[in-house]
Ligand binder design. Structure first.
Ligand SMILES: [Zn+2]
Length: 450
């Protein structure tokens, strides 16, 4: 018997090691480490135990991204994962949320990555954690045809733990139903949408009176802007919105407010950039070039309790100060994050920015508020102190329906930005250089004057 047990034991170990090595590890990416809420984007595959919640359907063993097996993703696959992560991370950038590819059940919970059942339970039982799997179906019949699926209002401060709650804090995004792996736009909008459900959001729809025109709002067929909680595959830009979620005309959902209201979420995030001229953040330069990684921020609604998408004054503003020796200065506010490449805006931009240059008294010297999301000002300035003001374009109203009567919808213009450009600034020499300038200035200039 002892021999048989030993054999069985070693066989089990073998089986476990095979499963562990079959799971490729994603690059470690975290948008906001230490945030109150955690969104774990799992690209490594997941072997689900049993039926998913009360659905009566078994997800099975979902593949890793591009059906890759372990231990590593290729460099190209890692680049694709970064592309999707960066887009979802910007979607949730205004909230106290860390969008990460690092599995908290392993890094915090101390579980082996091969312990799928243990991890499944850990996600369910751990406050403020959501597990979003992005890969192909293990069970081909599991919500076949859907781009993704999620339980609603499960990403919360506490675990309800009643009834058929198995795995309800795991949700799913299926690239095979979204144009395939590499279809970043479709995949990230679907993942953001499913996680939005988990955060308590319902579908934003298009309505005329009590008639539903589209269960999933397309912003009345817009190719430029659609709500995350509608369907955004055909629109180039997707944002959180405010609008109707049912045929009852009184059921208005404010996406940003509802996400922020999750217990323990706190207010919209504070980027630490001065929010007035008096508190302006001194700009940081390197040889006259604006440093993009230092001069960056996130524009959010001013009000935590009553965020309003329409009106520039309903959003925070970022102020930077600089001194110029005079001449041509060029300043760009780039809408978006720069996680993929420093100084270059990532593809998904939540913010539509407005840029102003103010003089030392706060009077407007120049403004750029074009239809582009990013703005540039190139201007000859007299020597002196100036301020850069970054603000929101102030939101968008929905495209009108065919008869102009479809229910109103509003879109947020909020999110990340960073500055680039050239400031003709007074050089900041080192101590040794300063000494040299003083000596030559005093000695030689005076001799010439004599
Ligand atoms: Zn949905």
């Amino acid at each position: 018997m002892g021999t048989i047990r030993a054999f069985v034991f070693s066989f089990l170990l073998f089986a476990i090691s095979v499963v562990a090595s079959a799971q490729p590890v994603a690059p470690s990416l975290s948008s906001r480490p230490g945030a109150a809420y955690t969104l774990y984007l799992n690209f490594s595959g997941f072997n689900f135990t049993g039926n998913w919640g009360s659905s009566g359907q078994a997800p099975g063993n979902m593949s890793a991204y591009r059906n890759q097996t372990g231990p590593n993703f290729t460099a190209a696959q890692q680049a694709e994962i970064r592309n999707i992560w960066s887009r979802v991370a910007e979607s949730y950038n205004m909230f106290n949320v860390n969008v990460t590819t690092v599995d908290p059940a392993v890094s915090v919970g101390g579980l082996a990555s091969s312990n799928y059942q243990g991890r499944q339970q850990w996600y369910d039982q751990t406050a403020r954690v959501m597990h979003a799997v992005i890969g192909n179906r293990g069970n081909s019949g599991f919500f076949n045809g859907a781009g993704g699926v999620s339980y609603v209002d499960v990403w919360r401060n506490s675990y309800s733990g009643t009834g058929n709650s198995n795995g309800i804090k795991t949700n799913w995004t299926f690239p095979s139903s979204l144009g395939g792996f590499g279809a970043y736009h479709n995949i990230f909008t679907a993942a953001t949408h499913e996680v939005g459900h988990a955060a308590g959001l319902s579908h934003q729809g298009d309505y005329t009176g009590s008639t539903q025109n589209n269960a999933y709002s397309t912003n009345n067929g817009s190719s430029t802007l659609a709500p995350f909680m509608g369907v955004g595959y055909s629109a180039s830009r997707n944002t959180w919105s405010v609008g109707r979620i049912s045929t009852n005309q009184n059921t208005i959902q404010n996406d940003a407010l509802r996400i922020r209201q999750n217990s323990g979420m706190g207010g919209f995030i504070n980027d630490g950039i001065g929010r007035s001229i008096a508190q302006a953040t001194p700009i940081s330069l390197s040889n006259g070039q604006i440093k993009p990684l230092v001069n960056q921020g996130v524009i959010v609604p001013v009000s935590d309790s009553n965020p309003n998408p329409i009106g520039s004054n309903n959003y925070t503003r970022g102020y930077f100060s600089f001194e110029t020796i005079g001449g041509l200065n060029m300043i760009t506010v780039n809408a978006g994050t720069q996680w993929l490449q420093t100084g270059v805006a990532d593809p998904h931009r939540s913010l539509d920015a407005t840029l102003r240059i103010l003089d030392a008294l706060g009077n407007q010297v120049a403004i750029s508020a074009t239809s582009s999301l990013s703005e540039t000002i190139a201007i000859n300035l007299a020597p002196g102190l100036y301020y850069i003001e970054v603000s929101s374009a102030g939101g968008k109203n929905a495209s009108l329906g065919p008869s102009g009567t479809w229910a109103p919808r509003q879109f947020y213009d909020m999110g990340a930005y960073f500055l680039t450009g050239t400031i003709l600034a007074i050089p900041e020499p080192t101590g040794a250089t300063l000494l040299c300038i003083m000596i030559t200035g005093v000695v030689f200039v005076r001799r010439r004057n004599v």
